[in-house]
Structure formats: structure tokens, C-alpha cells
Design a protein around this ligand. Structure first.
Ligand code: PEP
Length: 248
């Protein structure tokens, strides 16, 4: 089973969302593959209610605040996202960490709120180019995982990880399948230490960073890569469907 997720970032308002689902053809996508789209928060309800959305395509929220409600202008809570019909939530995306300065501690608080609201969390981790050059890949991704793992493993239990090297996001640079597998093995090892081997084996670890139809098959075939998180190439229904079809 593979998970193919699309992070639309700040693209696709409600009108474009309807058009996307009208055109999305997932006939060639293996029945065992799980599909998730993360639209902007204002488009979640439209995505959930889009008459042409195949129910196999689940909807998630890109970011949440850790509080359930309150005086936090501009923020969205996990409970509200759930009420709007989202069933998944991204946490710790590199743009949240590096553009908006979100800390490991804030990410952990969001993880707790997401689990409490009954959403399935997808924790993103990944190193910058400088950290990779300094040989700190494992130290960085394990620190980011450790900060949230306690919260992620509470609740009903299901959660996903996405290894997204910061230098590969939106740059056209992709990690080699071997680099992705090595980082995934590091994450899997930590999950095994903390959760035990059988529970750890059930946590899908996705790769993200300039995935496109041309490189999806080789990344998805790499050891320990259970799916992909796709930014730019998920915006067009044809390329999202082509990537998802490569998950067979
Ligand atoms: C992302 O936003 O999570 C991502 C991986 O973006 P892109 O595929 O455009 O590199």
C-alpha cells in the first residue's frame, strides 16, 4: 500500500478546487493506494463537498493552531478543520519551520491538538543543505521526530511521517532513492526503539521534495519509501494522477 499526498500550499481557491476534481481521473491508480489532498484551509469544505471528488481522495489541513479556539486571528484549529471535513493534518512542513519560524516545541503542541481532535497527523521532518553538508541529517530528523513522537503515538495511534529534505522542496532537486531510503531507515529505527517493531512497521514514511511523474516510480520503489508527499506536481490533476498511478 502506498500513500500519495498532495500539498497545494497557497494555491487553488474553491473555484479551482471544483475544477481539479472534475478533471482528476484516478482510474489507473492501484486500489490499494491511499490518496490525500491538502488544500488551503478556505478550500477544505469545497474539496470535501466537491460532487466530482472520488471518495478515495481524502482531504487534510496544511497547518493548525494548537489551541481549540480563542483570540488567534488568522489561525485554524484542528477541531474546526475536522468539522469542515478534513481527516488528516500536516505538521512541521519545512515552510512552517523555515518561513514562519515554527519551533519543534510548537510542532509538538500542534501534534497533541491534532491527535486530540481525531485527525491523522502527518509529521514532516527534513534537513537544510547546510545541515546535510555538516553530516547532521540523522541528528536533525531524529530531533524533529523526537519532539513530537510522544504525542503522535497517543490517541488512536495512526500517524504518518514525511521525510522532506528542505533543499529538495520546490527546487527541482530530488534526493536520490538511496538518500531517501537511508533517512527513512533512520526514522524507522527510532520508531522501532520507541514503539516496537510491529507498530513501527505500520507507520507509513513518505518522501517529499520535487517528486514528479518522471521520478515517482523509482522513489516509490526505494526500500522503506511508503509513499510520496508532492507539492508543485500535485496542482495539476494529470500530474497528480500520473504520480499516483506509479504507486502500483
Ligand atoms: C512539499 O510542499 O511538501 C513539497 C514536497 O513540494 P515540491 O514537491 O514542490 O518540492
Amino acid at each position: 500500500m502506498a500513500v500519495i499526498a498532495g500539498n497545494w500550499k497557497m494555491h487553488h481557491g474553491p473555484e479551482e478546487v471544483r475544477g481539479f476534481f472534475e478533471k482528476l481521473d484516478i482510474f489507473d491508480v492501484p486500489a490499494s493506494s491511499e490518496l490525500i489532498i491538502f488544500p488551503p484551509a478556505v478550500s477544505i469544505t469545497t474539496a470535501v463537498q466537491a460532487p466530482d471528488r472520488d471518495p478515495r481522495v481524502m482531504i487534510g489541513v496544511q497547518n493548525v493552531h494548537w489551541e481549540a479556539l480563542g483570540a488567534f486571528t488568522g489561525e485554524t484549529s484542528s477541531l474546526m478543520a475536522a468539522e469542515a471535513g478534513a481527516t488528516f493534518a500536516l505538521i512541521g512542513h519545512s515552510e512552517r519551520r523555515h518561513v514562519f519560524g515554527e519551533t519543534d516545541e510548537e510542532t509538538a503542541r500542534k501534534a497533541a491538538a491534532i491527535v486530540a481532535a481525531g485527525l491523522t497527523p502527518v509529521l514532516c521532518v527534513g534537513e537544510t543543505l547546510d545541515e546535510r553538508r555538516a553530516g547532521a541529517v540523522d541528528a536533525v530528523i531524529l530531533r524533529q521526530l523526537d519532539a513530537a513522537l510522544d504525542h503522535l503515538s497517543k490517541g488512536s495511534g495512526r500517524f504518518l511521517l514525511a521525510y522532506e529534505p528542505v533543499w529538495a522542496i520546490g527546487t527541482g532537486e530530488t534526493a536520490t532513492p538511496a538518500d531517501a531510503s537511508a533517512a527513512h531507515a533512520t526514522l524507522r529505527g527510532r520508531l522501532e526503539e520507541v514503539l516496537g517493531v510491529s507498530k513501527a512497521a505500520r507507520v507509513p514514511i513518505l518522501y517529499g521534495g520535487s517528486v514528479k511523474p518522471e521520478n515517482a516510480a523509482e522513489l516509490l520503489a526505494a526500500p522503506d519509501v511508503d509513499g510520496v508527499l508532492v507539492g508543485g506536481a500535485s496542482l495539476k490533476p494529470e500530474s497528480f494522477a500520473a504520480i499516483a498511478a506509479a504507486s502500483g
